[in-house]
Design a protein around this ligand. Structure first.
Ligand code: CTP
Ligand code: MG
Length: 232
């Protein structure tokens, strides 16, 4: 793939944020002076390697999201999201393919990982442009992880040294991601999971603790503590 292959970032932001428990969708919750989604889009564009952004918004709040993202101009498009995260990704992907058919690289980036450092975004793009069809940022696991059964009894202790926690943006050759979504037969929590089901290889690059996903009120406190006062 060309070193300057065109890159689109899809930002699933259509979730309700049930675990955060705010009265508005999570993507619109303010943190460090701006909605999560605004930080996320700003971060993608600041990486300097993203040509276009497509945001999947809560279907009943498309107008509010369009308004919140007005400062970015036509580089950022907004589509109504879907029932599940993977539906939102597919709808954003369809928009990207129809508006920019020359796109070769697609990133899928959770709005909730709004403080992902630009160097992580660049590392994912560079790895895809260098020929890896699927790339995910990962971190080592600090805690021991147990597998339990439905009664809560431990059934296994996987070797921690072989485990990784997965972040976004996840990067793909666009044809592979389209194929992966076309063949989806059961829910997955990340897009690389769909690629794995096709038997295609998924490469890893170093993630970053700042790419944490804001999921609970605790995470919001951590993000405020880490990034208020930072140059955002
Ligand atoms: N997402 C989406 N469409 C959905 C569900 C989720 O675009 N139907 C997005 C969220 O907006 C978020 C990302 O996927 O940016 C990761 O999902 P998660 O952190 O689980 O967010 P929510 O689904 O909003 O939160 P919760 O599961 O607590 O309701
Ligand atoms: Mg969710």
């Amino acid at each position: 793939m060309a070193a300057d292959a065109r890159v689109v970032a899809l930002v699933p932001a259509a979730g309700r944020g049930v675990r955060l428990g705010a009265p508005i969708p999570k993507a619109l919750v303010p943190v460090c002076g701006a909605p999560l989604l605004v930080h996320a889009v700003r971060g993608l564009l600041a990486a300097g390697c993203v040509d276009q952004v497509v945001v999947a918004a809560p279907p009943d709040m498309v107008d509010v999201v369009v308004d919140a993202l007005r400062e970015f101009g036509p580089t950022v498009r907004v589509v109504p999201g879907g029932e599940e995260r993977s539906d939102s990704v597919r709808l954003a992907l369809d928009e990207a393919v129809s508006t920019h058919p020359d796109t070769r690289v697609v990133l899928v980036h959770d709005a909730a990982r709004c403080f992902t450092p630009p160097e992580v975004i660049r590392a994912v793009v560079e790895a895809v442009r260098a020929g890896a069809p699927a790339v995910i940022p990962v971190l080592p696991v600090a805690d021991t992880v147990k597998e339990v059964d439905s009664a809560g009894h431990v059934v296994a202790t996987p070797d921690r040294s072989r485990l990784r926690v997965v972040q976004t943006p996840q990067g793909f050759d666009i044809d592979l991601l389209r194929r992966a979504h076309d063949q989806q037969d059961a829910p997955v929590t990340d897009d690389a999971g769909l690629v794995e089901r096709l038997g295609e290889p998924v490469a890893t690059v170093a993630g970053h603790p700042h790419a944490l996903k804001i999921t609970t009120p605790f995470d919001l406190v951590i993000a405020e503590a880490l990034f208020s006062g930072a140059q955002l």
